[in-house]
Design a protein around this ligand. Structure first.
Ligand code: BES
Ligand code: ZN
Length: 457
């Protein structure tokens, strides 16, 4: 069906002001935003408009997608309505301008150029095989536990803002190398995106991105209880472990590697979209983007599901080689059916993107976007997520190339948190008497035995 530009009711200016206060957060955004949304999810937008007592402004529409206008203050509500009515299958994307929202309609987007793909030679087997066994499921689990203990990580809440600072400091603790940087990216929300950069050597101007989203969402917005353990503390914890291990091996990539924790994914892929657009404007060449959004709930018979839509078939083929050559997991192909996560932001700017996912879409974790999205749902361990960590570490090394310069330093003590059941099982770990104490006990017993024997004699 052809697009219908004549549907525009009244289009107001794109400027925004900050006035209303969010509970527990800083001032909320208001002002018009331009949203592309699946046609099947228009009922959710209508419900939001009805609640406001205003007509829904449809700017353009084609067979599958509509471009609509929504007040910035209603985006959280729209996310709630979409999730409630469509079981999270009617995602939407927020754009800064009317033009960008309209350009996102498939009828207009077909012409968007996708950059020629990179070739994907596998020639770093030794480095990959040195690094992969040092990835630690226990640490991934502990990081999920810490992130999901926050009341929520909503993009406009005080705890959402604190999550950015927490992650920045955590990532800063991973390396003392001065050229390795960790920065916050301000988008105008309470929450900021976090970016860890390992600068490349010979091909520093080519960038490899490994990302996930830091925010969480549940009914109630800034005041909600939204642990987001799977969606997407699991992805952020997986990325954190990959960065830790690569830096512990003093990894020196040829291409620049960037780990990204995006703000505001749950309200329309907004943090990643701002970053991807900024890179496009600055002509930064991103050779590949890997999205880790939900890695720890094993809902299907196979381990890793590669989403076929809004992704690069060539890069997905590279991931299959990595899974079969290094990860030793099973895989399948599936689709979200809409722009379900931040990989779509990169895809839309012509970057080869991939989204390896924890289950088939139809078997997905039903607890996400509720207060029940906790680590318990994944069995209180990170046995599934560590497969994605192996894949992402192999992806970094085989795409960014370069060398690992040193064997890993002895592991730093894990963060102090309760119930570290996996690690406490290991001899010498916290909670275990340890080898030194055992030897001391043995010597004392020996001394007593000798003394007793001497007395008897
Ligand atoms: N992690 C989800 C996406 C997801 C959920 C993928 C279940 C596959 C199965 C993501 O955080 C999310 O909730 N996305 C929104 C869309 C976004 C554009 C607001 C969604 O799916 O509604
Ligand atoms: Zn998510």
């Amino acid at each position: 069906m052809r697009s219908v530009l004549g549907w525009i009711a009244v289009v107001m200016g794109a400027g925004s002001t900050l006035v209303a206060a969010e509970p527990g957060g800083r001032e909320a955004e208001v002002g018009p935003r331009f949203v592309s949304i699946g046609r099947d999810a228009l009922d959710a937008a209508l419900a939001v408009a009805e609640r406001r007592g205003a007509p829904l402004r449809i700017l353009d529409i084609d067979a599958d997608v509509a471009a609509i206008e929504v007040d910035a203050g209603d985006l959280g509500l729209l996310a709630e309505e979409v999730h409630a009515r469509h079981d999270r299958c009617g995602g939407f994307v927020v754009h800064d301008t009317v033009g960008a929202a309209i350009a996102a309609l498939p009828v207009h987007a077909a012409a968007a150029a996708v950059r020629p793909e990179t070739d994907y030679p596998l020639d770093r087997a030794e480095a990959v095989r040195t690094v992969l066994p040092t990835l630690d499921a226990g640490r991934i689990r502990d990081t999920i536990r810490e992130l999901s203990a926050m009341q929520n990580r909503y993009y406009q809440s005080a705890t959402g803002a604190a999550a950015s600072i927490w992650l920045r400091d955590r990532w800063r603790g991973l390396s003392a190398r001065p050229e390795v940087t960790v920065e916050l990216v301000d988008h105008g929300y309470a929450q900021r995106s976090v970016v860890l950069t390992i600068p490349g050597g010979a091909r520093a101007d080519e960038v490899v991105v490994i990302g996930g989203h830091l925010d969480s969402i549940a009914a109630g917005g800034a005041g909600s209880t939204a642990p987001g353990a799977d969606d997407d503390a699991s992805g952020i914890a997986t990325i954190t472990e990959v960065a830790r291990v690569l830096l512990a091996h003093d990894y020196r990539p040829a291409r620049t590697v960037k780990f990204m924790a995006y703000a505001a994914e749950e309200v329309g892929l907004r943090g990643s979209q701002l970053i991807a657009r900024d890179y496009q404007r600055r002509e930064i060449r991103v050779v590949g983007a890997l999205q880790l959004d939900m890695t720890n709930y094993q809902g299907s018979d196979k381990d890793i599901w590669l989403m076929k839509d809004f992704t690069s078939a060539a890069q997905n083929g590279f991931l299959i080689q990595l899974i079969e050559g290094y990860v030793g997991a099973t895989w399948g192909l599936d689709a979200c059916g809409y722009a379900c996560s931040d990989h779509a932001s990169w895809f839309r700017t012509g970057v080869p993107a991939s989204m390896p996912f924890e289950s088939r879409s139809r078997d997905r974790n039903r607890a996400i976007h509720t207060r029940r999205d906790t680590l318990e749902t994944s069995g209180n361990n990170a046995a599934h997520a560590v497969k994605f960590a192996r894949l992402a570490a192999a992806y970094a090394i085989e795409l960014a190339k370069g060398e690992i310069a040193a064997p890993p330093a002895p592991p730093a003590p894990a963060p102090e948190i309760a119930a570290t059941e996996d690690r406490s099982a290991a001899p010498g770990a916290p909670g275990h008497p340890g080898a030194a104490a055992c030897i001391a006990l043995f010597l004392i017993c020996l001394w007593f035995a000798r003394a007793a024997a001497a007395r008897i004699g």
